[in-house]
Design a protein around this ligand. Structure first.
Ligand SMILES: *[C@@H]1O[C@H](CO)[C@@H](O)[C@H](O)[C@H]1NC(C)=O
Ligand SMILES: *[C@@H]1O[C@H](CO)[C@@H](O)[C@H](O)[C@H]1NC(C)=O
Ligand SMILES: *[C@@H]1O[C@H](CO)[C@@H](O)[C@H](O)[C@H]1NC(C)=O
Ligand SMILES: *[C@@H]1O[C@H](CO)[C@@H](O)[C@H](O)[C@H]1NC(C)=O
Ligand SMILES: *[C@@H]1O[C@H](CO)[C@@H](O)[C@H](O)[C@H]1NC(C)=O
Ligand SMILES: *[C@@H]1O[C@H](CO)[C@@H](O)[C@H](O)[C@H]1NC(C)=O
Ligand SMILES: *[C@@H]1O[C@H](CO)[C@@H](O)[C@H](O)[C@H]1NC(C)=O
Length: 496
């Protein structure tokens, strides 16, 4: 005799049945993506599938943790990417500066070289090798291998990092990490790790804003002995090493240093210029290291001509300008004042300002403010100068003015050139008024109910927010890993 309970199980309701069908379909769909190839051999070809909205996996590692595939970017473009599958986190891009179109004429093939080509034979990217197969290792390292008596590695993605350095990946002096917006880079010097900002497109090397010199506590750097390289060690530190010696010449510990944690680790140069380390804990990324912990010490937290004050956030160097729209002047700041037609500027002065990384800035010694200003005024590649009346230091800025620090000390004085025509966007005001008029019209036309909802809408989004959206140049907010960028890609086989 059957009990009612058993009955309810053996005769599922229609909802249960639907759920069942869905789970089968889902499992089937996931099966298909999980059955991604584990190696690519000569003759392999793939084109992006129009129906894929985020990521099309082509090659997986043996643990199915990492995947190489087509990543959809800005809805119409394609990057060849290696992702951490469970989190959809991008670890490596083949062609970060030259995206291909997401079109059936874009093709990835392997003919000894792994090649990404576009319409009309356009070459986007190639490994330029003569290998036998492509594999993705369980470290996320993509390799082109030659199979003779033994396996030799002709090319590997670990030699060409993008913005991310992975556990056990050797970072050498001929590599760089570049933030996804192309503004910041990390490079090695003879005995230090440097972070550089490309504030001026006319300068090749960029402005250094953080310099971590090897402490040489466990081993000294021996000149002429071997190159310096850096690596994230599984004990949770960023080590600097000299080729040929085993102990590190420097150790930058992560928070979880020497704690018994095994999750996957990586270090990333973020688009705000900070260098952050993360590790995987179950289904989350945990922030485990950051090179710059104070917002105002970042290279450009408030945008051009912004002023950052510890505790009170962003304002503008020009106190007549309201920061509320997310920036201080329309960003026509580039190049210098040396060429004709580019040489008009007006001068903005402000007391109580300081440079965020002044110890790394070029300076001259001057006796008084006018002398310091004069050096900058006479040099068309100078954008500004900050004078310290206490010490006589005159710091020279040879790039468009970025965010300065607001300090209480009025003896620190800034002189800044502002390109003529660089004013507040008039549109902000117009747009604001436009919104106002529109709301007014709605009030008149539709009456009290519409008025109510308009007000609610304005309050929810905030008028400020609307203006910011319009402006589109607000500096990147601090994003923790849990935030939007991490969820921007959804994959079928993301395990929830
Ligand atoms: C592979 O294809 C690329 C692009 O068409 C070509 O330049 C290259 O010579 C080919 N390599 C081999 C080994 O055939
Ligand atoms: C990754 O691969 C290496 C060598 O093939 C192996 O020793 C190691 O156990 C693998 N790690 C994982 C997590 O599978
Ligand atoms: C990194 O360098 C060390 C020491 O030179 C070497 O043993 C190791 O194999 C290298 N790792 C990779 C992934 O190339
Ligand atoms: C680390 O943790 C694992 C499991 O959590 C445990 O088995 C192991 O003994 C621990 N090792 C140390 C050195 O504490
Ligand atoms: C703006 O700065 C000028 C010059 O430093 C000063 O005279 C003026 O009072 C300031 N205005 C406001 C509103 O703070
Ligand atoms: C700079 O310092 C000197 C003496 O220390 C003082 O006389 C002068 O007024 C200061 N200049 C400014 C602009 O604050
Ligand atoms: C002008 O400034 C640039 C950049 O700061 C510097 O390299 C150059 O030497 C300066 N020129 C003169 C004449 O001082």
């Amino acid at each position: 005799m059957k009990t009612p309970t058993v009955n309810s199980v053996t005769h599922p309701s229609s909802t249960h049945f639907l759920l069942f069908v869905f789970s089968i379909l889902f499992a089937y769909a996931c099966q298909r993506t999980e059955a991604t190839a584990q190696e690519l051999l000569k003759g392999f070809k793939a084109t992006p599938n129009a129906s894929v909205s985020s990521f099309q996996a082509l090659l997986s590692d043996s643990t199915d943790t990492f995947s190489l595939g087509f990543l959809r970017v800005n809805s119409k473009e394609l990057a060849l990417a290696v992702l951490h599958v469970p989190s959809s986190e991008q670890l490596w891009l083949a062609n970060p500066t030259q995206l291909a179109p997401w079109s059936d004429r874009t093709q990835l093939f392997f003919n000894g070289s792994l090649v990404l080509s576009g319409p009309r034979e356009r070459l986007f990217w190639s490994t330029e090798t003569q290998g036998d197969r492509v594999v993705l290792l369980n470290s996320s390292n993509l390799q082109v291998q030659k199979l003779d008596e033994y396996v030799s590695i002709l090319w590997q993605s670990f030699y060409f990092p993008t913005n991310t350095l992975l556990e056990n990946q050797n970072f050498t002096s001929n590599m760089s990490l570049v933030s996804s917006n192309g503004l910041y880079s990390m490079r090695l010097g003879s005995n230090f790790i440097g972070l550089y900002a490309k504030f001026n497109e006319k300068s090749d090397s960029g402005q250094i804003y953080l310099r971590h010199k090897a402490l040489e506590a466990k081993a000294n750097i021996i000149e002429g002995q071997g190159a310096i390289y850096a690596r994230i060690n599984s004990d949770r530190f960023l080590g600097m090493y000299q080729v040929g010696t085993i102990p590190p010449v420097d150790m930058l510990p992560f928070n979880s240093f020497q704690r018994n944690i095994t999750g996957f680790v990586f270090l990333r140069l973020e688009s705000d210029g900070n260098l952050k380390g993360y590790y995987r804990d179950g289904s989350k990324w945990i922030l485990d290291y950051q090179a710059i912990s104070d917002t105002c010490e970042l290279p450009n937290p408030c945008g051009s001509y912004g002023l950052c004050r510890a505790g009170s956030g962003c304002s503008c160097i020009d106190n007549r300008t309201d920061y509320s729209s997310g920036s201080c002047f329309e960003s026509t700041s580039s190049g210098d004042f040396c060429s004709e037609g580019e040489d008009d500027y007006w001068v903005l002065r402000r007391k109580g300002v300081e440079l965020p990384f002044k110890e790394l800035m070029r300076y001259e010694m001057t006796s008084y403010l006018e002398q310091c200003e004069d050096i900058c005024e006479k040099n068309c590649s100078c954008w500004g100068a900050v004078f310290n009346n206490g010490s006589g230091f005159c710091y020279i800025l040879d790039y468009p003015i970025q965010t300065l620090l607001g300090v209480g000390d009025e003896s620190k004085m800034g002189y800044f050139k502002v390109r003529e025509g660089a004013g507040k966007k008039k549109m902000d005001v117009g747009f604001g008024v436009g919104i106002g008029v529109l709301c007014g019209a709605i009030v008149v036309l539709i009456g009290a109910i519409s008025f109510g909802s308009c007000k609610i809408w304005m309050r929810r989004r905030g008028v400020k927010q609307i203006l910011e959206d319009e402006d589109g140049i607000s500096p990147g907010p601090y994003k923790d890993l849990a935030s939007a960028s991490f969820r921007s890609i959804e994959m079928c086989n993301a395990r929830r």
